[in-house]
Design a protein around this ligand. Sequence first.
Ligand SMILES: [Mn+2]
Length: 399
Amino acid sequence: MIFSSSRISVVAIVVSQAVQALGNIQYPVGIVNAETFGSLNFTEIFAAYGGDMSNAAWARSAWNGLTTFARAPPLRCFGADFETGYDVAVLGAPFDTATSFRPGARFGPNGIRQGARRLGIDRINVPAKIRITDHLDVVDCGDVPMVLTDNKVALRQLELANAALLSKTSLRSYEGKSIAKDGQFHPRVLTLGGDHTITLPLLRGVAGVYGPVSVIHFDSHLDTWKPKQLVGGPWLPDEEIPVSHGSYFWYAHKEGLLAPNHSNIHVGIRGAINSWQDYDDDYAVDFIISHAWEAEDIGWRGIVEKIKATVGDNPVYISLDIDVLDPGVAPATGTPEIGGFTTREIKKILQGLSGLKVVGADIVEVAPGYDTQDEITSIAAANIGWEILALMAKTPLTA
Ligand SMILES: [Mn+2]
């Protein structure tokens, strides 16, 4: 930051007056005076106290500095730092104008970052027995600027930003062949939403790089509704009905982004439906369903087995709606449903997915405005992101 010289002189006079007023009283911390003020070198001063003034160190503390996801280094991925290499990009998608009930998920990215302040990408995940930074260079790219006035344009902005990150080669490469269509190793993206509509442009990105992906969709709702079914509305004959946070998977299937033969799975489903036809329509877009009550009926082990049997050896995309958790542990979301997973259950299920080739992931529908004062939802969402990074760290994308 550059101060004008007149501002510096005004400040200098104020300091000088303060020094005079204090007279001979020696305050142990009073080291700035009119003589020293002009030559203060803040970089040197902080270095003497063990301060690292690099960009990477900016976000390395739990309670001061810049707030990034799990203290990942901040990076201008679309600007000055475009050439810098990394393995995983955390990306914010502040968008909530396609929700059917409570809006507010545009504040999700920074809510989740705030919830992640006590996490660290360089801290050890004890049950997973892994330190993410031993295996991956993770950066926080900040948020995609998404316009507030036109969903189509906003989603296109995200699609372009995501594709820009995926088009790079990752910092690390591995023995053997990559599962990417071009045989190269590309960065993976963990996106912080945003309402669930953002998953459509994100799936376009990974399907472009890896081909159709098996989606593991954690949610209380199916999100495979046909566009018209969800919104009804005033559409003219043949008019295109905009995508929403309940229909994006229908579009994804239509675009060929999902792996075929029912190799996609919803986990934690419990929302009410309008007709049993909804379940038939869901099956028609290549998903199978694991309901929330299976946590009791077959337990986390049974759910993990079901997921693994569904996705096989396919490239996997994890899309997690925070409403998969019970509103008792994650109330700050657009369409809460009682009877959801506990945070302990979701951690066991995610840790059970070790070995899957996770090509990308998103955490969506966190609307911090409805959160408790102690940020319970943001903390849950952040920890889920940290578990997903551990899965990425465990399994490189080799064929
Ligand atoms: Mn959803």
